[in-house]
Design a protein around this ligand. Structure first.
Ligand code: FAD
Length: 416
């Protein structure tokens, strides 16, 4: 069923009795060409592009919980392509271009809103670093613009421009950046994949990976054994757990990242804004809630809730940047498990084990990458070679010494 203004109108006349479930709820078949483990954004996008772009439809997505229960439904919804390094920028720009046509492509309203992403700077050194990043973006054909303090005062008058320690000097804006409704992205990709024949199997946890003569042949699950020709892992914060089942040790650590939403307010924050003197980012949802977050909690964990120390830290930074935040009530906080890589960049690659493919290492930034990640992972699985924009995101880069260290922080996953 295609969604359109006309179908909404006609269904309204029929008392909305004609809508069908957005995807089926099939039982697993004994064998698939491709099994994708993980029904998050990346697993579902991979299934969608495998079917749509590469004609591979005998595919199952196995999700241990319900569709979109992981980080895809827990993030702060920021999308952008303001990266500096050649290993990252073309990849994230492909993602941005896919975001720009996504809703028409998968016929679902994902509320993509290109409201602009602004990084504030507070010192001369930071201004130079952002100018360098903006220039690197423009050399890749991506939009970037430096904003003066006066321009910012007009755009975001609620910011603390005269903070005693961190006065705001200006900012770098990517106007095409913004937000998208995270769970609708999962639903849109899931529905699009299902319509093309992909089986989305929820409540189906993979508990073991089967190998014969060193070659992956299938998986053991809570719903029985399922065979496959190719197995693709897209389990984000649980990547090390699933890779372990095949005897593969990954350069990944799992950490919890929290997010926060305030009570609904009248429109005040028109863009996405990040603080330059700490790690704090804020936007406002269409319902009016201020959506914000900061650093990971800093210890390894598979728990989806964080500690109060980080809550206090995030609020301190937020109030330094937006003093008025102290007057709003926070309604909800939650956590997600992040797959932190050693250089802060993702991994999309084949593994040394035959028929086993890997998608992980998304750190804080995997939501914005969802379309390109799905597209490039599908390309890899279908053609057995990396997509040109993902060539530097290979697993063996750590062995070869070609880290893609956007933050320049070294092999310290909790700092990326
Ligand atoms: C609080 C927070 C804020 C964030 N903010 C942003 C942001 O603003 N912008 C941005 O770009 N990124 C952000 N991120 C990061 C982004 O959400 C993640 O990098 C991205 O969603 C990870 O990919 P995914 O969607 O596939 O992960 P997930 O949705 O976590 O999908 C992985 C799935 O694998 C399933 N799974 C795990 N093990 C098994 C198993 N054994 N068998 C079957 N299924 C299994 C899980 O249940 C899960 O559904 C944020 C993350 C969090 C937690």
């Amino acid at each position: 069923m295609r969604f359109s203004a006309l179908s909404v109108f006609l269904e309204g006349l029929r008392g909305n009795r004609g809508w069908k479930p957005a995807w089926r709820n099939p039982d697993p078949k004994p064998h698939y060409d491709v099994i994708i483990v993980g029904g998050g954004g990346h697993g579902l996008a991979t299934a969608y592009y495998l079917a749509k772009e590469f004609g591979i439809t005998n595919v199952a997505v196995l999700e241990k919980s319900y569709l979109g229960s992981g980080n895809i439904g827990r993030n702060t919804t920021i999308i952008r392509s303001n990266y500096m390094l050649p290993g990252n920028e073309p990849f994230y720009e492909l993602s941005m271009k896919l975001w720009e046509g996504l809703e028409q492509d998968f016929n679902y309203n994902a509320m993509v809103s290109q409201r602009g992403v602004i990084n504030l700077y507070h010192t001369d050194g930071q201004r130079d670093a952002y100018a360098r990043r903006g220039n690197a973006m423009m050399m890749e054909g991506v939009d970037a613009e430096m904003l003066s303090r006066e321009q910012l005062m007009k755009m975001a008058p609620y910011l603390n421009f005269n903070h005693a320690r961190f006065p705001i000097q200006g900012g770098l804006i990517q106007r095409r950046g913004g937000t998208a409704r995270h769970d609708a992205v999962a639903w849109g990709y899931g529905r699009g994949a299902d319509m093309r024949g992909v089986d989305i199997i929820q409540n189906c946890e993979v508990t073991g990976i089967l190998k014969k003569d060193g070659v992956v042949t299938g998986v053991e699950t809570t719903r029985g054994t399922i065979g496959c020709n190719r197995l693709a892992l897209a389990t984000a914060g649980h990547s090390t757990v699933t890779a372990d089942m095949a005897g593969l040790r990954l350069p990944i650590e799992s950490h919890v990242l929290q997010a926060f939403v305030s009570e609904g307010l009248k429109p005040v924050v028109d863009q996405v804004i990040t603080f330059g003197m700490g790690h704090f980012y804020i936007s406002q949802s269409d319902k009016g809630g201020l959506v914000f977050g900061g650093d990971i909690d800093g210890y390894n964990s598979y728990a989806r809730r964080g500690g109060l120390a980080m809550v206090e830290h995030v609020f301190e930074q937020g109030i330094s940047m937006v003093p008025g935040l102290s007057r709003s009530k926070v309604l909800r906080t939650w956590g997600g498990v992040m797959d932190m890589s050693m250089d802060g960049s993702p991994i999309i690659d084949k593994t040394p084990i035959s028929n086993l493919y890997l998608n992980t290492g998304w750190c804080y930034g995997g939501f914005k990458a969802t379309p390109a990640s799905g597209f490039c992972f599908a390309h890899l699985i279908a053609k057995n070679e990396s997509h040109p924009v993902a060539r530097e995101l290979r697993l063996d880069r750590f062995e070869r010494g070609y880290a893609v260290d956007e933050g320049g922080k070294g092999p310290q996953p909790n700092l990326h």
